[in-house]
Design a protein around this ligand. Structure first.
Ligand SMILES: CC(C)(COP(=O)(O)OP(=O)(O)OC[C@H]1O[C@@H](n2cnc3c(N)ncnc32)[C@H](O)[C@@H]1OP(=O)(O)O)[C@@H](O)C(=O)NCCC(=O)NCCS
Length: 169
């Protein structure tokens, strides 16, 4: 299985915020953004693995800026690290100024997807080689995030979370 790059999984979804997708303050409803990010992330995971993929965990979401109705929203997802069957997907969300076209970072999120076979059993996926400085930073921190996610899910013992322990020692 040949190694791939994050760029090969890059997925960009651009869409408007419609009135039916907003909260009482006329800003994008959080659940709608989560769904858009999940869709983009699942395509990125599929592009990396070329397998069926399922969402295993939403590791982090930061709703830093409200996104008003009528905004053009771009969701960009890339695989930041591939493990044995699981992938971390890093998602950046941008809004676009109507007049200048200038993009502003609104939100970001980190999802974990697992590649599975037709019976839902996890399968091996290609490795990933980060290229840019940002891709390398995200790759390096991904193991720590995986351990934290497994720990919180009760799937890893604290003693085995070596990357997390290293933060405090
Ligand atoms: C995701 C799923 C396939 C994992 O199955 P599992 O029996 O836990 O399988 P494993 O223990 O072998 O884990 C498979 C991989 O997922 C990773 N994983 C499992 N749970 C995880 C979590 N909470 N956070 C991060 N990674 C996780 C494991 O570390 C492992 O990674 P690796 O192979 O790269 O080392 C299974 O739980 C599942 O099908 N869940 C439902 C998925 C779904 O329906 N999603 C849509 C939500 S509505």
């Amino acid at each position: 299985m040949n190694a791939k790059t994050p760029e090969q999984s890059k997925t960009i979804l651009t869409d408007l915020v419609l009135p039916s997708e907003t909260n009482p303050l006329n800003n994008l409803f959080g659940g709608e953004l989560l769904a858009r990010m999940d869709r983009a992330a699942s395509i990125a995971a599929r592009r990396h693995s070329r397998r069926i993929v399922v969402t295993a965990s939403v590791n982090h979401v930061a709703f830093n800026r409200a996104v008003p109705v009528g905004s053009v929203v771009t969701v960009e997802a890339k695989v930041s690290r591939a493990f044995t069957s699981s992938m971390e997907i890093y998602i950046d969300v941008w809004t676009e100024d109507r007049e200048s076209g200038e993009k502003t970072k609104a939100n970001e999120a980190i999802y974990t997807f697992v590649a599975v076979d037709e019976t839902g059993r996890p399968v091996k996926i290609p490795e990933i080689n980060p290229e840019t400085e940002l891709e390398k930073q995200r790759f390096d921190a991904a193991l720590r995030r995986k351990q934290l996610s497994l720990l919180l899910a009760g799937k890893m013992k604290p003693n085995d979370a070596t990357e997390l322990k290293a933060l405090f020692v």
